[in-house]
Structures are given as C-alpha cells and as structure tokens.
Design a binder for this molecule. Structure first.
Ligand code: FES
Ligand SMILES: [Fe+2]
Length: 458
C-alpha cells in the first residue's frame, strides 16, 4: 500500500506579524521554515537577539580599566569595554559619522577609539571627544546624537556579561532563575569560584543557529553521532568507562538526567554517573598525549592532594545551556553566533583556573596546561560530528514539501517527564522535553513586540 500525503499550501506570511507562530511551533513538531526562512532570521535579530538577555563576554577577558574585546549582539558589532571609570559597557561598534566600524581589532586596551575613516575620536565611555578640522561644521558636537550608541542594559552574573536592548526584560538574575544553581556549581568547583577565559576553538557551520541549541542537551544522538569519539576514548582503556562511555547501552537508565529551567535554559547533568570521590573525574578523562606521565608526576610530587588537583584539569560532565547563545560544556564556554539564516559560528572558549585561595601554588601552571589538553578533545573530535549533523539537517530541510521536524521524544509517555515543585522539568537524558520547552520561549519572544532602545551618553 502506498500512503500519499497531500501537499498543502505552506504556512503563509501574514504581514507585520510574519506568521501564525502557533502554526509553525506545535506541541510535538516545528515547521522547517523556522530554520530556513530569511525573514524569520531577520525577525530573530530583534525579537531574540535584542528582546532577551544575550551573553556577550566574560569579565576575565577585560580585567583592567580600558580593556576591550569586540563581540556581537545578533548581527550588531559590539565593543565590550571596561571604561576609564571601571564601568562595563557594550558600545555599538559603529561610528556615528558615516557608520563604519570604529574598532577593527579583536581586543586591546584603549582610552578612546579613533575612527579609521575620517578620524572622529570617541572616549571609551562612548562620548565623542573630537573631530578633525571642526571649523568645517556648523553643528554643536556636544549634541548626544554624535555619541556612540550603546546597549542600554548590561549586567553580569558572576563574571558572565549579558546585554539586552529590551527595556522590559526582567533583571538578569531573575531571567536566569534556577539555571544559576548549576552555573554556581560549575564555578565553585574551581578555587575561589572563578575561571579565566582563554583563547578559543572557532568553528563555523552552514546551518541555522537553533540547530546547535536544539542539540545542546540532546542525549539521544551521542552513541550514534559520536561513535568514533567513544571508541577513541576507550580504545586504550582497561575498564571501558572513559569519557562519555555512560551513553552506551541504555542511557535512560543511567542516573544522568536533563532539566528544563525556564526562559529557554536547560541543564544536562551527567555528574551522577560518576564515582564522586577525589580523582573520580580524572579517572574517566579520555586519553591525551602524555597524560600518564603527568598524572604520575602529580602523584609523586603532591601525594594525597594529587587526585583533587587532577580533577581540576578534568572535564566537568555538564551541559548548562543559557538561551539563546551560551553553553557551559565540560570546562568550555561555548557561544553560538548567528551569521545568517544558514550560517553560524560555534566558538569554544577554553578556561583556566587561578590560585585564588593560595592552595595550589606551584602546581597551577601544570594544572592549566593539562586542563588545556583535556579541552582540546571535544571541539576537535566531537563537535565536528555535531556540525556535520547541523549542515546535513540544513540540506535536508530544503525538501520543501516535507515540512515538519519532530521533537516529541518523551511526550505522552506516562511518568517520563516530571514537573518539579520549583517549576523545573526533569526527564531522562535522551528526552526532547527541553527542545519542546525552549522553542515555546522562542515562540513567546517571536510573538511579543519587544520594547527596544539604545542609549547614548548625555
Ligand atoms: S565614518 Fe567615522 S569618522 Fe567618518
Ligand atoms: Fe553531540
């Protein structure tokens, strides 16, 4: 028997509202258009990357006054700066004269930015300092309209700097809500509860940014998509329990779980799979060149402390996903940068630790060197599997008539998805509940007209 599907008209654009979002995002499925329609991507740049808090940078990247780093808020080029008074600002990287980017460097230290085009000069507070040959102008350059535009709301949570253009967004800490708990735990396992951001593995894929966020807590794909990584991690191991080996056999019966935290944020907690003892994290670390020698040397030199020290170099088994663009994975800070409807940057910033409490002493550099080795693994041997999937989904979604993408794993299975008293939702590791929930938040943002503003110094 052949089953024929009638080809209906695809969902139609409806003026300024763009689409009937309830038609595109349903309980168990989403329409391909949310990944492929350039008009939806353009709307996301205001409704999502404008309408909600977006991760910009980490305070450790601009530790001194006048330090800056260039980033983006959606497609807007941004200079995140700790200004001459110590205030963290997110300046639009756009000259108020004719619109070119003001700063062409990735990062640096500068009290002012001189536009490369005609030399207008701006203080790092955003205020126009002077223009060349001002007698050619009749205007009053004290008018604030000549000061650089900036993101009106910039707030940090424990070093993570976020910005939003939406005057009605809740305070950052309220918007983060329960996801602050795993973020705190992720930080607090390090001395002084701190990390310092290092350089990054930079990947680019030809696919929509939401494909990466869909995947960020996906425990269903691991054994299939990352088969070669799982094999590599365990080829030399006696007990076969290295790396992500706990995904083998039946991942839903393992004690790991996923938890949806509200406002699009979610958490995959794989820590319960581990033996929670000093050295337990290091014991499952996958092989890296020279690691046995390093570990033996640590044991010889630091004796009983060695297991704790080695755990600081081990990769924390969590995925903490903060909608729409931040993911804490292992020891990495991963950032998704939308480039166009079908192109995204996935940037994996490494982190190192500091000897904030003075307990680590001379071992610090070695721990950080080892920690860097452990951080080389996933972006090189795991993320490449993921971005291959994202690119192939983007290709598959060019099948215009086959319209729906399903994210219904766990839906309607009695007892599988559990609502907690605090409003969070807990489900087995392979469940797609977090996808169904975050995309509701995406839909809410797309339906709501955000109250966006920029600010200029007076
Ligand atoms: S565009 Fe910047 S000074 Fe002219
Ligand atoms: Fe993956």
């Amino acid at each position: 028997m052949t089953i024929l599907e009638r080809i209906d008209q695809p969902p139609a654009r409806i003026g300024a509202a763009l689409y009937d979002w309830d038609e595109l995002v349903q309980e168990d499925r989403v329409h391909r258009l949310i990944y492929t329609d350039p008009a939806i991507f353009t709307a996301e740049m205001t409704h999502v990357f404008g309408g909600t808090w977006v991760y910009l940078a980490h305070e450790s990247e601009i530790p001194q006054e006048n330090d800056y780093i260039t980033r983006r808020l959606g497609l807007r080029p941004i200079i995140v700066v700790r200004d001459m008074n110590g205030t963290i600002r997110a300046l639009y990287n756009r000259c108020t004269h004719r619109g070119t980017t003001l700063c062409r460097w990735d990062k640096g230290n500068a009290k002012s930015f001189q536009c490369p085009y005609h030399g207008w000069n701006f203080l790092n507070t955003g205020k126009l300092r002077g223009v060349p040959w001002p007698d050619g102008y009749a205007c009053d350059f004290r008018d604030p309209k000549f000061n650089v535009a900036q993101v009106p709301r910039v707030q940090s949570y424990r070093g993570f700097i976020f910005g939003t253009l939406n005057l009605e967004a809740p305070p950052l800490v309220d918007w983060l809500g329960p996801i602050t708990k795993p973020i705190d735990q992720w930080l607090d396992r390090n001395p002084g509860g701190q990390v310092v951001v290092c350089e990054a593995n930079r990947l680019k894929f030809k696919g929509n940014w939401k494909l990466a966020y869909d995947n960020s807590g996906d425990g269903y794909h691991v054994v299939y998509s990352h088969r070669s990584l799982l094999e590599t991690e365990n080829r030399l191991s006696d007990d076969g329990n290295k790396g992500m080996a706990f995904y083998r056999s039946s991942p839903d019966t393992a004690p790991m779980y996923m938890q949806y935290m509200g406002n699009g944020h979610h958490f995959k907690d794989k820590r319960p799979n581990l033996n929670q003892r000093p050295g337990g994290l290091w014991a499952i670390e996958s092989p890296h060149p020279g690691m046995e020698h390093c570990a033996a040397e640590f044991r010889r030199r630091y004796g009983a402390r060695a297991d704790d020290l080695l755990d600081l170099a081990g990769s924390e088994p969590v995925n903490i996903n903060v909608f729409p663009n931040l993911s804490l994975l292992g020891n990495h800070i991963q950032v998704f940068e939308p480039v166009s409807v079908d192109e995204t940057n996935a940037i994996w910033y490494g982190t190192r630790i500091v000897d904030a409490t003075g307990d680590i002493g001379e071992a610090l550099d070695e721990i950080n060197a080892l920690r860097m080795r452990t951080q080389e693994g996933f972006p090189n041997f795991g993320e490449v599997d993921d971005v291959a999937n994202f690119e192939q989904i983007q290709r598959g979604l060019q099948c215009l008539e086959d319209e729906w993408v399903y994210m219904h794993r766990g839906l309607g299975v009695p007892g599988r998805v559990r609502m907690q008293d605090d409003g969070t939702i807990v489900a087995p590791a392979t469940d797609e509940a977090f996808m169904r929930e975050y995309i509701k938040e995406w839909k809410r943002l797309m339906k709501t007209k955000p109250n966006l503003a920029i600010r200029r110094e007076p």
